[in-house]
Design a binder for this molecule. Structure first.
Ligand SMILES: [Zn+2]
Ligand SMILES: [Zn+2]
Length: 153
């Protein structure tokens, strides 16, 4: 089974386990999430879903994304306010965010999992997650004139 099939399969099983009804729209929203690269926002997702279900409302898309988050099917990407972005990959991984085109690229490096908070933090707070996000300029944006997305910003 390919990655997409695997993800869809897990999606179906989780929905069933959580008693969340699988409607064609919900499946379309999840598929759009998987298909949009670089962690789409709700607008990107609704644009993609509207090619199949032109009448789907923004509200439905938001509500569905919230439910997906609640049942742990997707993660909102933290760390920058503007339209919230969503991540269909729930396994631990790291992000590189391009400050010019706003793409968020997944990567994984074992060493980053070993970053530990300073003692004075650990004495006061209970730390449950350490997230490492790298920011900078991506390969596409650092090639002058080749990137159209950078020019839009
Ligand atoms: Zn970029
Ligand atoms: Zn990610």
């Amino acid at each position: 089974m390919d990655k997409l099939g695997e993800n869809l399969d897990r999606f179906r099983r989780s929905c069933k386990a959580k008693g969340f009804r699988l409607t064609p729209q919900r499946i379309a929203i999840y598929e759009a999430l998987l298909a949009c690269e670089h962690h789409p926002g709700a607008e990107d997702i609704s644009r993609a879903v509207r090619t199949i279900y032109p009448d789907i409302s923004m509200d439905t898309v938001y509500r569905t994304l919230n439910t997906f988050s609640k049942i742990g099917l997707i993660h909102p990407v933290d760390g920058h306010g503007r339209p919230r972005r969503y991540d269909p990959i729930v396994e631990p991984h790291h992000h590189f965010r391009c400050k010019q085109c706003d793409r968020i690229i997944d990567f994984y490096d074992e060493r980053l999992n070993r970053v530990s908070p300073p003692d004075y933090i650990l004495q006061k707070f209970t730390v449950s997650t350490v997230k490492v996000t790298l920011e900078g300029v991506c390969d596409q944006c650092s090639q002058p004139r080749k990137s159209t997305r950078a020019a839009e910003l």
